[in-house]
Design a protein. Structure first.
Length: 266
């Protein structure tokens, strides 16, 4: 089972869109996908038609479970979606209270990792949608994942948010046996604007091969897909946005395309 976390310490950069659309392309490969929503705002939960304000069973219960059988608890929470291969472990707004409630409880940063280990035979891939704030939920996601995906809107203020996330990653890596792999994903790219072009260039100059060789464009079909509660891959698979996420998944699975190759073919 491969575990990915999608995070950035800035909101509105395309975390949920990235999580859902990578899941869609994994589903097209026939892979069994579990989406885990750890953001108290519950954007991904709402994407699939659930209300994070009224859900009685959510990821919150995993942090309250007295039993060591976290997998059993998770199975009572996980919901189906309109895509057969994709399941959802939803969020609720109660997640926002965990930092205060858990205090210094031992093992609080490993709850999600322990849960997923007990589900590893049931899913091929897990994607975790993270909150934009550093706290117990983001720590859980980073401890559980093997690869961190960092969506960054191609505008200068979003690049500042990336600096905070890179600092957090540095702190997390101090407690890991090996550094966490990560991929920066330029999102909401509008090739018509100079600001987007310059932001993309700055990302590539500063982070090199850690940046996805393509970019995720602005595409109005993303909004339509969210209204339908489906990944864009299952609604408009040939749209620019869907094809961009297909390219991202190829790189995540197979490694980045060499920059020289890209230059020679443009």
């Amino acid at each position: 089972m491969k575990v990915w976390a999608v995070a950035n310490q800035k909101g509105g950069v395309g975390k949920t869109t990235t999580t859902v659309n990578l899941a869609g392309h994994l589903a097209l490969q026939g892979r069994r996908v579990l989406l885990v929503d750890l953001d108290p705002h519950g954007s991904m939960t709402a994407y699939f038609g659930q209300d994070p304000d009224t859900l009685e069973k959510s990821a919150y219960l995993l942090f309250q479970a007295a039993s060591p059988d976290l997998g059993k608890t998770a199975r009572t929470i996980i919901l189906p979606t309109r895509v057969k291969e994709i399941s959802l472990l939803p969020a609720s707004t109660a997640l926002a209270t965990l930092d205060r409630q858990l205090g210094t409880r031992e093992g609080k940063g490993l709850v999600i990792m322990r849960t997923l280990k007990q589900l590893q035979d049931e899913y091929d891939d897990v994607l975790i949608d993270c909150p934009p704030l550093l706290g117990i939920l983001l720590v859980n996601a980073l401890a559980a994942c093997e690869h961190l995906i960092l969506p960054v809107q191609t505008e200068f203020l979003a690049l500042k948010g990336l600096e905070r996330m890179m600092h957090t990653l540095g702190m997390i890596n101090k407690s890991r046996p090996e550094p966490l792999r990560f991929t920066i994903v330029p999102t909401m790219f509008d090739r018509r604007t100079r600001a987007a072009q310059e932001s993309l260039k700055l990302l590539r100059d500063q982070h090199g091969d850690d940046v996805f060789s393509g970019m995720i464009p602005i595409d109005t079909r993303f909004r339509e897909a969210s209204k339908r509660g489906m990944p864009l891959s299952h609604l408009a698979g040939k749209s620019h946005g869907s094809l961009a996420y297909a390219g991202l998944l190829r790189e995540l699975q197979n490694g980045p395309i060499p920059r020289l190759h890209l230059v020679n073919n443009t």
